[in-house]
Design a protein around this ligand. Structure first.
Ligand code: GLN
Length: 483
């Protein structure tokens, strides 16, 4: 059952070949078998999941179902879930139970999806390996001695191990695409404003975006249809109609132009470059035209991001003060002691590093030199994409500079960790949609190919990715250990 596509599962459920209770139980059994080793969940929700599955079966029986009714999903633990713990991977929120659902969660419920649990993640989504989680590292199902990527490492491992057919994730600088690449799955970061951020715990608000992980672009298209759209509760949500993603999924690629940014290939490991170029050639065979393009400021994206993201996070995380919610130290002697010890105890090392950097770059005297300058360079990076999209419909390159690294390998070297997002961060700075899809293996580990399109053009992104997956089988490969 766990090797079927979403369309096949949907067909089997809605023609009553299986029930949602059976399907949900199947995934719960897989979770029981593999989760003790993978550590991909923070909270499991088996009883509520079976109740939701029962309700889905009733809806199917009553013919009131939609295309996703009865299909299991996992929510990244950054999305607030009414009555169920939401930790954001932090000790700070270890006991936090939100009084409402995030819009994404609400829309999943409305679509009849069955929530299996909440996935493990880097603390407050800060990280590229899942090692900053208070709940321990997640292991990569392709090699248990390696990281799954981050921050959505739990969701990525869950999809790779077929512990759920669908998972939500978020991406501020690569947290959907990089773990998708490391785990050999498909991961979509929609355009900024396409999917509501309401109820999604904030890290760097001008870049945070909710998206999806699954085993194919088609599965993502089906689900994006349900979660995309305007939300008056998110002031940065954009009021644009949601197109029918399935209608254009199979469109012929003849006439499409795909740009290869030369900066993404200069210095890239030659084996990875070969796999990415093989992917580009597949698209050429399907009718697309390949041209070289340049994004002259893209090399500045990591330094710019590590000014803007910490600045925004230092402001966003000021709310965790031990007073209103979150961890509170014991026996504070006064208000200052309460603030200081609650934050010192509740946050991990990476979060503290970012708060300190962020506070520094926003301080009087530094603000102009760092924060304002970073915003100016951000504009130049966005303009580079804008110019490239005058002549191309999509950009293609690697998702990450390497494959999944060993647990512990970069844990004490933040700069080397930050560089693992070198190809994904610019997309967030420019607010564009991006997808990572599996494009082969290097020394037995998955390699991801990244596509980026114009703002709000997820339809083209999914169309190209789907056509590619129609003629390749990388996305069907499964780690031996969980087969
Ligand atoms: N790895 C990047 C960081 O640590 C991006 C994280 C993300 O996209 N949430 O900030």
């Amino acid at each position: 059952m766990h090797t079927k596509t979403l369309r096949e599962l949907s067909h089997a459920l809605h023609h009553k070949h299986i029930s949602s209770v059976e399907l949900t139980s199947h995934y719960l059994q897989r979770i029981a078998r593999f989760e003790p080793e993978l550590n991909s969940f923070i909270t499991l929700n088996p009883d509520a999941a079976l109740l939701a599955a029962k309700a889905a079966d009733q809806a199917i029986h009553a013919q009131t179902h939609g295309p996703l009714t009865g299909i299991p999903i996992v929510q990244k633990d950054i999305f607030c879930t009414d009555g169920i713990k939401t930790t954001c991977g932090s000790k700070m929120l270890a006991n936090f139970i939100a009084p409402y659902d995030a819009t994404v969660v609400e829309k999943c419920h409305q679509a009849g999806l069955v929530m299996l649990g909440k996935s493990n993640m880097d603390e407050f989504a800060m990280g590229s390996s899942n090692e900053t989680s208070f709940y321990g590292s997640v292991k990569n199902p392709w090699d248990l001695s390696r990281v799954p990527g981050g921050s959505s490492g739990g969701s990525a491992a869950i999809i790779a191990a077929r512990l759920s057919p669908l998972a939500t994730a978020t991406d501020t600088g690569g947290s959907i695409r990089q773990p998708a690449a490391f785990c050999g799955i498909s991961g979509l970061k929609p355009s900024y404003g396409r999917v509501s951020r309401f109820g999604m715990i904030a890290f760097a608000s001008s870049m945070d975006q909710a998206g999806l992980m699954a085993n194919s672009a088609e599965d993502i298209a089906l689900t994006l249809q349900a979660i995309a759209g305007f939300d008056p509760r998110d002031s940065t949500s954009v009021n644009q109609p949601v197109p029918d993603y399935l209608a254009t999924l199979n469109q012929d690629l003849t006439g499409k132009t795909i740009g290869l940014p030369k900066e993404f290939f200069a210095g890239l490991d030659s084996d990875i470059a070969t796999l990415i170029m093989d992917g580009a050639k597949e698209l050429e065979k399907l009718g697309a035209r390949l041209i070289e393009v340049s994004l002259p400021h893209v090399h500045l994206s990591v330094p710019v991001y590590y000014v803007i993201a910490p600045a925004e996070c230092s402001a966003n995380l000021a709310r965790y003060d031990g007073v209103r919610f979150g961890h509170r130290c014991s026996d504070p002697k006064d208000l200052l002691d309460l603030y200081q010890r609650s934050r010192a105890e509740g946050f991990g090392a990476e979060v503290k590093r970012r708060i300190m950097v962020g506070t520094h770059v926003l301080s009087a005297g530094c603000y102009e030199d760092y924060f304002v300058k970073a915003q100016r360079v951000r504009r130049l990076i966005a303009n580079d994409f804008h110019s490239a999209f005058q002549s191309v419909d999509a950009l293609l390159g690697p998702t990450a500079p390497g494959t999944a690294f060993k647990l512990g390998e970069k844990a004490f070297d933040p700069v080397s960790m930050y560089l693992s997002d070198i190809y994904t961060i610019a997309t967030n700075l420019a607010g564009l949609p991006g997808i990572s899809i599996p494009a082969g293996f290097h020394k037995g580990l998955p390699v991801g190919l990244q596509l980026t399109t114009r703002n709000f053009d997820e339809a083209t992104l999914l169309n190209i990715a789907h056509r590619y997956q129609h003629v390749t089988a990388w996305h069907k490969a499964m780690p031996e250990y969980v087969a």
